[in-house]
Design a protein around this ligand. Structure first.
Ligand code: G3P
Ligand code: MG
Length: 248
């Protein structure tokens, strides 16, 4: 089943309009008419998959310390909304399962970025895939990705029929083409602010969708589209949609 990617994927939900990686952010994306969202997944100390980006709590919660040291019960006590704005006070860090319920209810596609804390690369992928395999049916509306090749390898082993995206940092690994082939990826997710026209050209030879993160500037989006980029992760999808050619 081929991937059905939209032109714009809401980043961490829609991070410009609601606290990132919360159910509120997923709902905001759906309310805006966004078709897919990207979400970051980690695991708790007691091995439950949750949505969270950073290794530490300071930036996006009311607490401090390392997220990997907390159980789900402890994490559920945290406020993940007040840092963003008063109207989001009390927003929780959701489990992946809670997030999937909202994605299904709102008929959204999703890019699950496996974002393990250090040393938990394999188990984070395994726990996330365990949840996804049980409740996610539509292969064409799910893309797994990770900067960690071990996580993508675990995904390939455990659920080869789920699509994988090769998430490339600004500095590309020298053997990226071999790695992408080994991991049997369906898409390339690149740093759209750092990449060059030449790099996009190299990827076009691979004949797979190219997605660029994280693009909030409509001018940059247009330039990347001209180079051959197919889709964009954006905190503010409405800000970049104008001027993009929206034909698939
Ligand atoms: O998956 C695209 C993008 O989210 C990767 O970077 O740090 O925002 O998770 P980051
Ligand atoms: Mg991410």
């Amino acid at each position: 089943m081929t991937l059905k990617l939209p032109k714009i994927i809401g980043h961490r939900g829609v991070a410009a309009y609601a606290p990132e990686n919360t159910l509120e952010s997923i709902h905001s994306a759906a309310d805006m008419g966004v078709e897919w969202v990207e979400l970051d997944v980690k695991i708790t100390k007691d091995q439950i998959a949750i949505l969270f980006h950073d290794d530490t709590l300071e930036r996006t919660t009311s607490a401090s310390g390392n997220i990997a040291e907390l159980t789900l019960a402890e994490i559920k006590e945290l406020d993940a909304g007040s840092w963003f704005g008063e109207s989001f006070i009390g927003a929780e860090i959701p489990t992946l399962e809670e997030a999937i319920d909202v994605l299904l209810e709102r008929d959204l596609g999703v890019n699950i970025e496996i974002k393990p804390c250090s040393g938990r690369e394999k188990e984070t992928a395994e726990v996330a895939l365990d949840v996804l395999s049980q409740i996610w049916d539509t292969r064409e509306k799910l893309l797994l990705s990770s900067f960690q090749h071990v996580s993508l390898e675990a995904a390939l082993d455990m659920a080869p029929d789920f699509h994988r995206g090769f998430l490339m940092p600004a500095e590309w690994p020298e053997n990226w083409a071999e790695l992408a082939q080994y991991l049997q990826v369906s898409a390339f997710n690149i740093n759209g602010n750092e990449c060059t026209k030449n790099q996009v050209g190299q990827l076009m030879d691979q004949e797979k969708p190219i997605l660029a993160y994280t693009i909030n500037d409509p001018d940059r989006a247009r330039i990347l589209q001209g180079w051959g980029v197919d889709g964009f992760f954006s905190d503010a999808p409405d800000a970049i949609s104008e001027g993009l050619l929206m034909v698939h």
